[in-house]
Write a protein that binds this ligand. Sequence first.
Ligand code: DP6
Length: 323
Amino acid sequence: MSQATARAHSNIALIKYWGKRRGPRNLPAVGSISVTLDALYTDTTVVFDSALDADRAELDGRPADAARLTAFLDLVRERAEIDTRASIVSANNFPTGAGLASSASGFAALALAASTAAGLELDPRELSILARQGSGSAARSIFGGFAEMYRGEQDDGSDAFAEPMLAPADWPLEIVVAVTDLAAKAVNSSIGMSHLDRRSDYYGAWVEHSEGDLAAMREAITARDLETVGALTEMSCLKLHGLMMSTRPGLIYWNPATVAAIQAVRGLRAAGIPVYFTIDAGPQVKALCAPGHGEAVARELESVPGVLETRRSALGPAARLRA
Ligand code: DP6
């Protein structure tokens, strides 16, 4: 038996990934830029055990569907030249599958734990490439602080990985997550973004403009220009949700509290607080704010009808092994 335990943190994209290139290996159609969150993470233990005749997985204390996980473990087994089955025990410290990026922290933690348990010593780039094949956003959760995921051009995915941009201490922004629904979402990201070239008339424009959005965001982050980072973040979010709504069948992830929280963020901004919203494939609103404003932002978002709870977070660290 050989085992390893890893912790990886969730991340939130400021410039969003949505849409895949054709073919295998989960290759993104666009690049993305994210921040890793300190407060939301997944702990995963992988044990390769020759006594097992099939992979087993448990998530938050309940048996989990092992099919997607077995496909992922097969990548690790192939590389390590082993065929031992594994048991995976994983726990999130936040609601799973509700638009809080559990697949990002989950597959990043699994990539690190499984590759280590299999005796592989992957460098961060190789880990990012591995994590991407579990979930595109997971490639970014290998790193802390700000990270950029490259779309890449190669069919083998060797240039579709993330890289760190800034460490948390370089620009210690705060995030407040306003939870408006704890249930797992009805349509997960992989299904929501499948075959978009056939399903949305807006998809070509989304892909065409992504390089420009990424370049503008890179420049704003380098300059620590929060006003521009915030404006680009809200634009990428609203463009993503416009694309989702334009998809056949139309995807609407928001609920009334999502919209109310957007308005609350804009109200705070009108009152002089530097805060900007973003939303992923779910109804939760994530507010990005300047250091020192998290408490006021959380208080305001908690007063929004339909907001169930808020979570404050600093920017978080890279994925790492645990004893
Ligand atoms: C809206 O990474 O969950 O959060 O690669 O199919 O697993 P798969 O998709 P996933 O999609 C994330 C979509 C998003 C935007 C983002 O995180 O960039």
